[in-house]
Design a protein around this ligand. Structure first.
Ligand code: GLY
Length: 354
């Protein structure tokens, strides 16, 4: 059993990573939760595949779980769904002091985590992520949010889970495009923090080969993320490096109204483009974009799109990471090392269009 600890003083928690750990979720949960009632919040996709199984394992550990299911899809990560989820939780007589489990991919983790952070002014919650993207990124670190019509994740909070339970076997039912998409976040960790990990991923034959070692790969990503979050829980400094490729990536996603690319595909393009730009500006060592291109291509991820950078600039100005007119662009100085550059709105056009 791989167990990581994320040290955030009284908000510290463990991350358990192992194939099959899902079957024993109740046993692990009993380490942090001694009462009986649990609400499992999940979406229709995950419920169909694993909903009953989770309830059964919780019952076997002596819990009395109830399930709240909402319609799957990023388009449902909104206030309407959130209100429905709140009301179902209240109707199922979950009270302050009871536990919520966010069981699903990024959308579920974000929405259910936000519900946990706000219902009754906050109840404890545990993350059981079911997609690669959620297992390596969104379930760890306490960012929870919902979207509004103005953009993604614009309303949210930092609210740490009491535990994260990661079972790589749950990935078996994911389609390949979603796994590849998660790999973009995996590659990101190597690019921003760990050249050796980057080279290891580059040395793999491709996705199939990496899936054999996925447990180890997930652990590496969570280790890196834990280190970063321990230093900067509230995303005011080093945590921003996790947004490598995201400022451009988010803009590309939004430009196509979230229909053309998955999140991972869009940040894949973002990572390549920002590295090319970094080289052009003399921030990134020459030759690094070639390596980024090689690795992303190896994992079947896109690296380019015909959208013009000038069309992305207006979108970037509304990015929530835009703090009082300043955007932080995460450049690589070299693979494994980053350089955060603050760019004022008025400079964006000059800098990025040259
Ligand atoms: N997904 C980026 C972060 O957690 O900060």
């Amino acid at each position: 059993m791989e167990k990581l600890h994320i040290n955030l003083d009284e908000k510290s928690y463990d991350i358990f990573i192992e194939r099959g750990v899902f079957e024993e979720a109740g046993k692990y949960i009993s380490e942090v939760y001694k009462k009986k009632k649990i609400v499992v919040v999940t979406d229709t996709n995950v419920d169909k595949l694993y909903g009953d199984q989770l309830l059964k394992t919780l019952e076997m550990s002596g819990y009395t779980p109830v399930k709240v299911v909402f319609e799957a899809g990023e388009e449902n990560k909104n206030f309407e769904t959130l209100t429905e989820v709140y009301e179902k939780i209240i109707d199922s007589e979950i009270k302050r002091g009871d536990l919520l489990i966010a069981f699903g991919g990024g959308v579920v983790g974000d929405l259910a985590g936000f519900a946990a952070s706000t219902i009754y002014r906050g109840i404890d919650f545990i993350q059981i992520p079911t997609t690669l993207l959620a297992q390596v990124d969104s379930s760890v670190g306490g960012k929870v949010a919902v979207d509004t019509r103005r953009g993604k994740n614009l309303v949210g909070s930092f609210y740490q889970p009491k535990m994260v339970i990661i079972d790589p076997d749950l990935l078996k039912t994911l389609d390949e495009r979603e796994i590849r998409s998660g790999m973009a976040e995996v590659i990101k960790y190597g690019a921003i923090y760990d050249n050796e990990f980057f080279e290891y991923l580059l040395g793999k034959e491709g996705l199939k080969d990496s899936m054999v070692d996925i447990e180890k790969i997930i652990k590496k990503c969570c280790e890196i993320k834990a280190k970063i979050v321990e230093i900067d829980e509230l995303d005011m400094g080093i945590r921003m490096i996790l947004n490598f490729g995201h400022t451009l990536g988010h803009a590309i996603e939004k430009y196509y109204d979230y229909t053309k690319y998955t999140h991972g595909e869009a940040i894949s393009i973002g990572m390549y483009e920002i590295t090319r730009l970094g080289e052009k500006l003399g921030i990134t060592n020459a030759g690094e974009s070639k390596k980024i291109k090689e690795i992303l291509t190896k994992y079947g991820l896109p690296i380019e799109d015909r959208v013009e950078i000038k069309d992305l600039i207006e979108i970037m100005k509304t990015d929530k990471k835009n703090i009082s007119g300043i955007l932080n662009f995460i450049f690589l100085s070299e693979i494994g090392k980053v350089d955060i550059k603050k760019v004022a709105e008025e400079e964006i056009a000059n800098k990025l269009l040259k």
